[in-house]
Design a protein around this ligand. Sequence first.
Ligand code: GLN
Length: 303
Amino acid sequence: MDYQHVIEQVMSATKPHVGEGKVADYIPDLARVNPKQFGFAIATVDGQVYSDGDVDVPFAIESISKVFALALVLSKGDDKIWDRVRREPSGLAFNDLIELEVENGIPRNPFINPGAIVTADQLLVDTGDAVAALRTLLRAETGNPKLEVDSVTAESELRTGERNRAIAYLMSSFGNMVNPVDLALDHYFRQCSFSITCAELAKAGLIIARHGLRADGSRLLERSDARHIIALMATCGTYDEAGNFAYRIGLPIKSGVGGGLLAVVPGKCAVAAWGPALDPKGNSVSGAVALETFAQVSGLAVF
Ligand code: GLN
């Protein structure tokens, strides 16, 4: 595969769409980001990285952290998380509350906010410090020993996190929170606020593309658990746009409201796109165009 050629095609197709959409502003710290940025990176399973654009500009990982938090929980080798969260697409916004009330405090999947808060709560039980566990993992996989939570973003999330607080307390009322709610939320807000670049995100995504193998060759996840995460990315990774993303792009993808998109091509590569301006569902507009072009030009769509 001539990835350099693929990237050139991606960059020229995406250019007219950079800045299209709207930067998330419900978390005030995200509203300050310049929407006219765009980066694209491909990390291959044999360790090559191809990239172009704003690939070294750090941005908030947001919901893409949900992939790594779930991976860490599943790496403990037990399935108890699946008593607390289901594996169905929600068809509703990532911070919806209605389904939770109807479904007795059990979130639809780990990639919407309720499911991710439960996962963070479980990771806190499993490790004693969910943020520290994620930091260690992300530092090792990206090769960046300074990768860190942006404390300004985290503070902004905490200050404006009423919906997430409502979600967590509602789940707690059904007995689906283990730690004190505010403690679990603190870890959740900070996990969303890790500052990461596009190139780093692609490298971290290789854990999933390699079916659970880490950069140093050790195994984080059973192959089957990596496959489970890939399936959830394809069905639930872009919220209530997951069907449309499968149709348009045809890759397992996880998005975040920081404008990042992480796609995996199992056994081949992980691809990260970043453009801070979002569609109404919270997915990067330019990132989606980029991944659509990537899939077309490379022929690597999985469907
Ligand atoms: N931190 C964000 C929130 O809790 C994450 C949402 C997202 O990226 N979709 O709302």
